[in-house]
Design a protein around this ligand. Structure first.
Ligand SMILES: *Cc1c(COP(=O)(O)O)cnc(C)c1O
Length: 220
């Protein structure tokens, strides 16, 4: 009898399949395992399986869980995927290896100040409000060029663009739009795709997929 695949192996296999269909190399896609709300005991098995990139949406929650796990697994790369308040910028820069939610000029200022102070220059994705839904955060499409200029002037390393498409409608057009914006602005990274749509996102150019439920099960 074959051994049952783990959720991580299933997601990795799906990523590989989507890459084959899109004529891309699996190495071009980073799987960010979104561990928000899940305790260290739920995260450790994935670390043991070899997963190294993890996403959290709250600075305080990550500060509680990750320092201890990092002592065990020093190669961990932490991604902040949730909205960031300017007054938490310094904590975020100290803890995270990438920030996916840069979305406004005041945060450019706060992050630049935090990076100058800590000496850590953390790569940032600019989150774009592709669905024009303010509650999810994200920079309005019309403001994107100016925000990118501000980030460059402030010496913030730009990893790429990020989006969260509107819920329950076909996400592909939004992924295609983010891919186009990234190309127009000469940016490498495209952080897009979650449990329900990461394969679609990969076919449309995702470099970072943020997958929670498919790896950890439903959040309580
Ligand atoms: C929670 C979250 C995810 C993961 O969503 P799943 O549907 O559980 O895979 C991805 N991106 C962001 C920004 C999130 O907040």
């Amino acid at each position: 009898m074959e051994k049952a695949e783990t959720p991580l192996q299933q997601v990795q296999a799906n990523i590989a399949k989507a890459c084959t269909i899109a004529r891309r190399e699996p190495g071009e896609v980073t799987l960010v395992a979104v561990s928000k709300t899940h305790p260290a005991e739920a995260i450790r098995p994935l670390l043991v399986e070899g997963q190294r990139h993890f996403g959290e949406n709250r600075v305080q929650e990550a500060q509680g869980k990750w320092p201890a796990l990092r002592e065990e697994f020093p190669a961990v790369q932490l991604h902040l995927i949730g909205q960031l308040q300017s007054n938490k910028a310094e904590d975020a820069v100290a803890l995270f290896d990438a920030i996916h939610s840069l979305d406004r000029p005041s945060l450019v200022k706060a992050l630049a100040k935090a990076m100058d102070k800590t000496g850590r220059r953390v790569p940032c994705f600019v989150q774009v409000d592709v669905g024009e839904e303010e509650q999810k955060g994200g920079c309005p499409i019309a403001d994107l060029p100016a925000l990118l200029d501000q980030a460059r002037e402030a010496d913030i390393p730009l990893a790429g663009l990020m989006c969260i498409p509107p819920f329950a409608i076909e996400p592909a057009p939004f992924f295609a739009l983010l891919d186009k914006f990234a190309r127009d602005h000469g940016l490498e990274g495209r952080s897009m795709g979650m449990s329900g749509d990461y394969e679609t996102a990969i076919k449309l150019g995702a470099t970072h997929v943020r997958v929670g439920t498919a790896l950890f099960g439903e959040r309580g």
